[in-house]
Design a protein around this ligand. Structure first.
Ligand code: HEC
Ligand code: HEC
Ligand code: HEC
Length: 416
């Protein structure tokens, strides 16, 4: 063999090596779950074998507009996405990096085998791709929900990114990380991590959305209705600051149920339309001091305005609604009307009472003013170097709130 032939052989081997690796990682289901004798897996069909299992074990949480994790398994587009991107298999096998499904259980072995075999042999065709009429709410949000929010939600912020937050999506769209990571461009971490690359169609849609959008205000996001309570925007910060503190409802205490995201809060006896019958509301207003939250007995109750908001949210159906384009008013910023509501809903729970976080009190005008004068208030919410990022464990305040706080500080921190 001449030198050239040896080189090209070596190069071919180097190029094929990743392929070998990929193929050898595709285990046959037999290697994962041994066959069961009475399990007929010869001619598996969607209607005969898969659908009944999904109906029995999954549809309860994964159908309709309120589907858990945004995944509606009766919607062919969603089912195709979770099969093609590996999340269906990953969650059913309880693999790390996926949420184990069905929640709190394992499928019967035969059903599990059938679904895995079906998913392995089923490569859904992409279908016609419409990448011309792209909207954020209609196309981009679902792509992120189905492929990214498993790791990038308000609770699991892999890489510090919460992609259910519009401003974060805008940020990574603007700085090149979004397209770089989904196209597996060099210099970016390939996303979705450990999964299949997004379909060409989804990538084309993301490109189209980015070229259509000037990232100032959401192009066609859902406008926020002042009379609607939005779970993530309005309520989650309250739960994170008042309940999901470390050692309480953050999932580390076996006796205190986790209350750190929509699903875990809904698990605690929320009855849509019926606040009185909802445990989560009942514990806030009960006269039995021992049962009353926040714990321990004697803790200051949640402010009336927050209790009223939780009441209203349950009355409105306890939904996980999102909205995007809040106009940002930085012209008429006041302490009581603008700054205090932000502090009360996002910080007060950890920064009041006898043992405030970091020794910093944020419980009234004078304590907020003192934190502002020290530079720490703005430093912590704007994520400046040298300050601990706040709110702790939550996602960053909206850019609008941050600008408003700056405006208030620059204006001399008026008490009004
Ligand atoms: C009791 C409600 C419930 C049931 C039943 C349930 N799920 Fe889920 N599922 C959820 C919730 C809540 C999430 C979002 C969890 C998260 O993001 O951490 C989820 C997430 C998922 C995901 C994404 C997981 C990931 O890590 O990316 C898949 C796939 C999924 N479910 C499939 C199924 C299948 C298939 C079944 C039936 C075998 C099922 N689920 C049954 C509540 C449920
Ligand atoms: C299985 C979990 C998982 C999924 C699914 C996932 N990510 Fe990530 N992502 C991570 C982790 C972990 C990091 C941070 C560490 C790293 O870069 O690997 C990260 C980092 C990132 C970054 C920063 C990358 C960089 O180069 O600095 C971006 C942008 C990102 N993800 C976008 C996405 C998008 C968009 C999706 C969906 C198309 C997605 N991710 C799906 C786990 C995930
Ligand atoms: C879940 C509890 C929690 C929430 C919510 C929270 N903090 Fe903190 N905060 C802490 C703890 C604990 C510390 C001490 C530092 C640490 O341990 O990380 C701290 C520290 C601080 C500091 C000192 C930072 C420094 O660099 O010295 C400031 C200022 C602060 N928080 C402001 C806020 C503001 C403003 C909010 C709301 C926007 C907020 N915090 C929400 C728990 C919280």
């Amino acid at each position: 063999m001449n030198k050239k032939a040896i080189y090209s052989l070596l190069i071919t081997m180097a190029l094929l090596w990743p392929l070998y690796f990929t193929l050898s990682c595709r285990h046959h289901p037999d290697e994962i779950i041994p066959p069961v004798s009475e399990c007929d897996t010869v001619n598996i069909t969607y209607t005969g074998d898969v659908l009944p299992v999904l109906q029995a074990y999954c549809y309860g949480c994964h159908t309709g507009s309120n589907s858990s994790g945004g995944i509606d398994l009766s919607n062919p587009d969603h089912l195709r996405a979770v099969v093609n991107n590996g999340r269906l298999t990953g969650s059913l096998l309880h693999n790390t990096d996926y949420t184990a499904m069905p929640q709190g259980a394992t499928l019967p072995v035969c059903d599990l085998r059938k679904i895995l075999l079906w998913a392995q042999d089923t490569l859904f065709p992409e279908g016609a791709c419409d990448s011309l009429n792209v909207s954020f709410a209609g196309n981009i949000r679902p792509i992120l929900q189905l492929n990214c929010e498993g790791c990038h939600s308000s609770v699991k912020q892999a890489g510090g990114l919460n992609l259910s937050d519009y401003s974060t999506v805008v940020m990574i769209a603007g700085n090149g990380q979004l397209i770089g990571s989904v196209e597996h461009a060099s210099g970016y971490s390939p996303m979705p991590k450990n999964g299949k690359q997004l379909s060409d169609c989804d990538i084309a849609r993301i490109r189209k959305w980015m070229s259509d959008t000037t990232f100032v205000n959401p192009p066609e996001g859902i406008p926020c209705d002042p009379d609607t309570v939005y779970f993530e925007k309005d309520l989650l910060p309250i739960f994170l600051s008042a309940c999901a503190k470390s050692g309480c409802h953050d999932g580390t205490n076996n006796e205190a149920p986790r209350l750190s995201d929509y699903a875990s809060i809904m698990n605690e006896g929320v009855k849509p339309g019926n606040p009185g019958g909802s445990k989560i509301y009942e514990v806030l207003v009960t006269n039995e001091t021992d049962d009353r939250m926040p714990y321990p007995p004697g803790s200051p109750p949640l402010p009336d305005s927050q209790i009223a908001m939780i009441y209203k949210w349950i009355m409105q159906g306890a939904q996980d609604l999102h909205c995007d384009n809040q106009p940002c008013d930085t012209t008429s910023v006041t302490f009581s009307g603008t700054i205090w509501p932000v502090i009360q809903n996002n910080c007060f729970g950890c920064h009041s009472g006898s043992n405030p976080g970091g020794g910093v009190l944020l419980q009234d005008y004078s304590t907020v003013k003192a934190a502002a004068q020290s530079g720490k208030l703005y430093g912590s919410i704007a994520y400046l170097n040298g300050y601990v990022r706040m709110p702790k464990n939550g996602s960053q305040l909206s850019q609008c709130s941050i600008r408003q706080v700056k405006k208030w500080i620059d204006g001399g921190m008026p008490a009004k």
